[in-house]
Design a protein around this ligand. Structure first.
Ligand code: NIG
Ligand code: FE
Length: 405
């Protein structure tokens, strides 16, 4: 006997294939069974739902966000429209550092109140797992404050939040880059780790941020603590950070517009996920897209995320990212689907728990109002009327209208 059964559904499997006339059974918070619909199944469940052949996908996963920050950078948008570049604004003391100033000043509660509506907007799009990075503190006090807010977001909404330590997001004015990396390795990361505030460690490796030696030092420290690692790599230029991070065992390397063949090969060899961020590409008016054809050739798994942040991607819409990945980067609907489900789960080290409709996986899934999976990528700026099933239970979207469950 199952608790619940959704039947006459078009389930999307890990290859992106729609399995029509299928059913999915749930016990407690887990998927108990998935298979072809038969009339007799209806008697096997206490509660049943006829899906009328509408599409069911796993709950979507946004595997790269900077969701927690204070204020915004609309003024820099105006500056960029006047011709300044992202790097020029950063070098002139704006960019990440201006969000750092505002985030240091904000209280933990203010940060939570500013981040919650963004998370709620994501949930309304069918996102049930979100990765949240620190990185607008650049000192122990504020980095830990951001990570505590990320943890509170989980309790406030009931969604799954993965917390990534991105202390190495920019070089603070108070220190040089080498001393700052030492400070992160010796003082900040160990504390965040002891307080169970970190699932993974990330670094912005770039000519305007941290170099290869600094990247290696921090990521090696993270690995020694038993933490997963990730890297913002090759976003504005190629410094070989993705190859290095992959060799150290990174779950993912993110951005990758300027990645070299050599680094692509290393990512393939270590099965590192390529996280594509079309929002930042679009917003910064980049013209070199990530090398999708080569990623396919090397068999690199691709994920997609919003990169939600105030500087390079002020969006909460994973649905828009799917559309952009298809139109701007040339992904197929199947690739875009896999990029926000199983591959995004892999980028977070959650491949065995979420991102697929299989027995034993968490019962996080979305019942969409359409019967063709292509509609997931086709509409942009469109809000579909959907049902979220989170941990086997119908999630009330109205309950998050007020911000808190
Ligand atoms: O992923 N590249 C570095 N970090 C962010 C931008 C953060 C910001 O500008 O505030 C990104 O694009
Ligand atoms: Fe980012």
């Amino acid at each position: 006997m199952w608790d619940k059964l959704w039947y006459n559904a078009s389930l999307v499997d890990e290859s992106g294939t729609q399995l029509t006339n299928h059913a999915i059974a749930v016990n407690d918070s887990k998927i108990a069974w998935v298979g072809p619909m038969e009339e007799k199944l209806i008697g096997n469940a206490r509660k049943t739902h006829d899906c009328h052949q509408r599409v069911i996908t796993p709950g979507l996963i946004d595997c790269h966000t900077h969701l927690v920050y204070a204020g915004n950078r609309a003024n820099e948008f105006t500056m960029r429209l006047q011709g300044l570049t992202y790097a020029e604004i950063a070098q002139a003391g704006g960019g990440i550092k201006s969000t750092v100033k505002m985030t240091r000043l904000a209280s933990e509660d203010e940060l939570l109140q500013q981040a919650l509506p963004r998370l709620c907007a994501m949930i309304k799009q069918g996102v049930t797992t979100v990765e949240v990075k620190s990185g607008y503190g650049l000192n122990a006090c504020t980095e830990l404050k951001m990570l505590r807010v990320a943890k509170k977001l989980e309790n406030a909404t009931g969604m799954r939040i993965k917390k990534t330590f991105l202390g190495a997001h920019a070089i603070p004015d108070e220190m040089d880059a080498d001393s700052y990396i030492d400070y992160l390795c010796d003082d900040v990361l160990p504390h965040a780790y002891e307080q169970e505030l970190v699932d993974a460690v990330d670094i912005f490796s770039e000519s305007i941020a941290f170099n290869l030696a600094q990247t290696e030092k921090l990521l090696t420290k993270a690995v020694a603590l038993g933490l997963a690692i990730k890297c913002h790599a090759e976003q504005l230029s190629d410094i070989g950070a993705s190859g290095l991070a992959a060799s150290l065992g990174a779950l993912s390397c993110d951005h990758l517009e300027y990645i070299s063949d050599e680094s692509l090969q290393k990512m393939a060899m270590h099965d590192t996920v390529a996280v594509l961020l079309p929002g930042a590409y679009y917003f910064l008016k980049e013209t070199t897209p990530p090398p999708i054809t080569k990623m396919r050739k090397y068999g690199i798994k691709m994920a997609l995320a919003t990169d939600c942040n105030p500087g390079s991607s002020p969006t909460t819409s994973l649905s828009l990212m799917m559309n952009m990945a298809c139109t701007l980067f040339g992904l197929t609907v199947t690739e875009a689907y896999q990029a926000v489900t199983l591959n995004a789960a892999k980028a977070l080290g959650l491949s065995k728990d979420i991102g697929q409709l299989k027995a034993g996986f968490h019962a996080d899934f979305i019942l969409w109002p359409f019967t063709d999976i292509a509609e997931l990528c086709y509409g942009f700026g469109v809000d579909y009327d959907k049902q979220l099933i989170v941990g086997g239970t119908l999630f009330s979207l109205d309950s998050i209208d007020s911000g808190i469950k």
